[in-house]
Design a protein around this ligand. Structure first.
Ligand SMILES: [Zn+2]
Length: 368
């Protein structure tokens, strides 16, 4: 059964448990293991060694395996937060080895003063809701998938109020936004296609679906980057959630900006793919962006916008916003220069290809 679940998860989410070990104990073995480790739970996951421990004699053994092995295992191996925790644990392990510690007291004293250990504690505290909530959700998700609802309910009813609330907030999130969105929001790589994005869009915008003329995915589309959606809608606002970046304009604003050949609009139209909505409307707009003649107003609009974005960038205090405004300023200025010479790059990628030096300063630093 575990193999079938692994294939299902791999096919649906593009990830699998590869490094984690499942350690099944007999009741006696579990008692000893949990006493020595100081756990009083039914199962345990050790991040440092990537081991999922369960009591195979417990009536909840299967559900605990869902939680420890698939929940914490996938999280530690694939989520950016879990991976960071694992790499910090490896760093601490190396430091402990180098310190030549020989007793439990020495180890405790070492950890008391270790900067890495403090970093781990702080990071654990910050990510605990995500780490534990995801495993609780996975326990529920796989129990439903495999038809183990009865035993799941029995175990869930034994939980504390806090644990129940955490579990239901994760379940509710996945019901509202899809299971894919739940993974993406918890730092997992985004292995999606147009079908998955359509499902996400239909769920997230369910109340305003009829307001959407069309929705496109554009931008880098890398599993580690956020998902960029461009939407024409009179109701949906622009927003950013950490994994989803929505750039939305009203129908009126859209035709106004399209007439000015705004690079943000032509970029989405010419590099994007339709996720949801009116394909004919989208195609007509894209053709318009490609075929329309360059006007003096369009050049002036880009120059003015470049100046405004530049001024904004000087005022910004948040480094991400500062960088993004400065980048806008450069894109609009270069697009104006190109248009003045009778050329239409249409996409940011084209501009970057032509002026690599101008964009070098905006490359995002690598985030671990
Ligand atoms: Zn757990």
């Amino acid at each position: 059964m575990l193999e079938e679940i692994s294939s299902y998860i791999e096919e649906r989410f593009g990830i699998s448990v590869k490094e984690s070990l499942l350690c099944a104990h007999s009741a006696g073995g579990w008692n000893q293991f949990s006493r020595e480790g100081g756990f009083n739970a039914e199962g345990a996951y050790l991040v440092r060694s990537r081991e999922a421990h369960v009591n195979s004699d417990s009536e909840f053994a299967l559900i605990d395996t869902f939680h420890e092995y698939f929940g914490h295992g996938l999280y530690t191996e694939h989520s950016v937060y879990g991976r960071k925790l694992y790499s910090l644990e490896q760093k601490l392990m190396k430091e402990e080895k180098e310190a030549g510690i020989s007793s439990k007291q020495e180890l405790e004293a070492f950890r008391e003063n270790s900067g890495t250990c403090k970093q781990i504690r702080d990071f654990q505290e910050k990510t605990l809701v995500s780490y534990e909530g995801f495993a609780m959700w996975m326990e529920w998700y796989l129990s439903m998938l495999t038809g183990n609802t009865g035993i799941y309910e029995k175990k869930a009813s034994l939980r504390s109020g806090n644990a129940k609330a955490l579990t239901s907030s994760f379940i509710e999130f996945s019901k509202q936004n899809t299971d894919y969105a739940l993974l993406y929001a918890n730092g997992f790589p985004k292995h999606y296609n147009i079908g998955i994005l359509g499902e996400i869009a239909r769920n997230i915008f369910r109340n305003d679906l009829s307001s959407i003329d069309f929705a496109l995915v554009y931008g880098s589309r890398k599993p580690c980057s956020d998902i960029d959606l461009f939407i024409v809608s009179d109701k949906i606002p622009c927003f950013f959630t950490g994994w989803l970046d929505v750039y939305s304009v009203s129908r009126e604003k859209f035709s106004e900006l399209l007439a000015k050949q705004d690079i943000s609009i032509t970029d989405a139209l010419c590099s994007g793919e339709l996720v949801y909505g009116d394909s004919a409307f989208f195609q007509t707009a894209r053709n318009n962006a490609i075929e329309s003649a360059i006007t003096k107003e369009a050049v002036e609009f880009h120059l003015n916008h470049s100046i405004k974005a530049g001024e904004l960038s000087l005022k910004c205090e948040n480094p991400d916003e500062k960088r993004s405004s400065a980048r806008f300023s450069v894109s609009y200025r270069l697009n104006a220069i190109e248009m003045e010479q009778g050329r239409k790059p249409l996409t940011l990628k084209e501009l970057e290809k032509k002026y690599p030096g101008e964009f070098k300063a905006f490359e995002k630093p690598y985030i671990e």
